[in-house]
Design a protein around this ligand. Sequence first.
Ligand SMILES: Nc1nc2c(ncn2[C@@H]2O[C@H](COP(=O)(O)OP(=O)(O)OP(=O)(O)O)[C@@H](O)[C@H]2O)c(=O)[nH]1
Ligand SMILES: [Mg+2]
Length: 197
Amino acid sequence: MGKKKNATKLHFILIGGKGVGKYSLREQYIKGWIAPREFDAPPGSSSQTIVLDKKTIQVTVSIIQDLKSGGDEIENCQGIAILYNISDKNSLEYIRNEVIEILKDSSSSDAAESISRPVILVGNKADEAKLNRQVSEEDGKKLSEELECCGFFETSATCNENVKKAFETLVGKVMENHAAQNPDNEKRKKKSNCVIL
Ligand SMILES: Nc1nc2c(ncn2[C@@H]2O[C@H](COP(=O)(O)OP(=O)(O)OP(=O)(O)O)[C@@H](O)[C@H]2O)c(=O)[nH]1
Ligand SMILES: [Mg+2]
């Protein structure tokens, strides 16, 4: 459709430990589809076009399965969603022990400072909170503050809770940064629109 022609293209990545719900969260956000429990997820990325604040944005979401070989995608993305599973405390430890290190720029020793793209922290499987919670909301918040995330959300991919809100916070933050970095572009666009009209 013509609408897609001028879409801003954003590429996000999902990172997290085994079975935290990376595929389910992505499918829920992009397709509104709940993956069956034992579904063998195909590799690759998934996209959708959204309109936020009157801007058309094509959001592509890729899953990083292997931290060691995902370097290029991590380097080139505009936003990162780090996932853990609230019913598996090892999945939070995995972020502390493996993920933070991979996201760091070699130039800085401070974890938060060195992650230059917007990051959200997502505690998935919130629907299991009553029966199986192993990570408190406080501990999730604490980690998100340490990493200076632009958002922290407990989500349920299965029940479609907070999924859209989490991704759109990331989209909003990236767009805000773009606008702050290119204030002239925004003005110029508005001006040229006036001339055309
Ligand atoms: N209760 C509950 N189960 C979920 C949720 N999201 C995913 N699951 C289940 O968790 C399991 C793993 O989900 P996936 O989406 O395959 O997770 P993944 O992170 O891609 O898994 P790997 O690729 O194996 O690391 C599946 O059985 C899903 O049905 C959720 O929000 N709530
Ligand atoms: Mg998967």
